[in-house]
Write a protein that binds this ligand. Structure first.
Ligand code: SAM
Length: 182
C-alpha cells in the first residue's frame, strides 16, 4: 500500500515531504489543463509511488510519453511496478533534468507536473530547476505544480511571467495548485 511506503520514506528522507499520496481530487485539479486527446510529452518531478503517473497513463494517448523523476529509493521501487512502454523513469534529481532527458525533447515538452518541495531548496537550486523547466517546455507548454503553500508564486512569476494559482482543500494537507504557461 502506498501510504505505508510514504510513511517509511518520510521519516528517513525529508525530501519526501508527505506522509500520504496526493488525493484523487488534487490529482484531477492539477491535471485539469491537460488536453488528453492529443499526443503529449509530460515530465513528472517527484513522482513518488505514482499516483499522478497512473492517472496520466490512464488518460494519455498511445503515442504520448511520460518521463518520471523520483529520488527516494523506496518510492522509486514502487514506481517500477508501473509497466508501460510510454514511461521512462529516472532515480535521479531534477536538479539535472535537462542533462538527463533525451536532447530532442528539450524545448518540446507539453507539460511538467511537479510535487517536489521547492521550499526545501536553496535559492540557486530552485532558480536552476525553474529555468531548466522553462527551457524544457515548448512555447505554450505548462508547468503545473502543487505545494503546501503559496510560496512558489513569485519565483514562477519571475521565470514564466504568466502564473495562476488555485486551492484544493480535499487533500492532506490542503494544496496550492499552480499553473505557469511559457
Ligand atoms: C510531496 S511528494 C509527492 C509524491 C507524489 N507525486 C504524490 O503526489 O503523492 C514529493 C516527492 O518528490 C520527491 N523529490 C524530492 N526532491 C526531488 C528531486 N530533487 N528530484 C526528484 N524527486 C524529488 C520526493 O522523494 C517525493 O516522492
Amino acid at each position: 500500500m502506498s501510504t505505508l511506503a510514504y510513511l517509511k520514506s518520510f521519516f528517513k528522507d525529508k525530501d519526501v515531504a508527505s506522509v500520504t499520496p496526493t488525493s484523487r481530487f488534487c490529482v484531477r485539479r492539477v491535471c485539469q489543463p491537460i488536453d488528453f486527446s492529443k499526443d503529449i510529452t509530460v515530465v513528472e518531478y517527484g513522482a513518488g509511488a505514482g499516483v499522478f503517473s497512473r492517472y496520466l497513463l490512464q488518460h494519455m494517448t498511445d503515442d504520448s510519453h511520460l518521463y518520471l523523476f523520483e529520488t527516494n529509493e523506496i518510492l522509486y521501487d514502487k514506481l517500477q511496478q508501473i509497466k508501460d512502454p510510454r514511461v521512462t523513469s529516472y532515480d535521479q534529481s531534477v536538479e539535472h533534468v535537462n542533462d538527463l532527458l533525451p536532447k530532442d525533447i528539450i524545448g518540446q515538452a507539453d507539460f511538467i507536473i511537479s510535487g517536489i518541495p521547492f521550499s526545501f531548496l536553496d535559492p540557486d537550486t530552485k532558480s536552476s530547476i525553474l529555468s531548466q523547466s522553462y527551457q524544457l517546455l515548448r512555447v505554450g507548454g505548462e508547468f503545473l505544480a502543487y505545494q503546501t503553500s503559496g510560496h512558489l508564486e513569485d519565483s514562477l512569476q519571475d521565470t514564466f511571467g504568466n502564473v495562476t494559482t488555485d486551492w484544493e482543500w480535499r487533500n492532506i494537507p490542503p494544496m496550492t495548485v499552480y499553473q505557469a504557461k511559457k
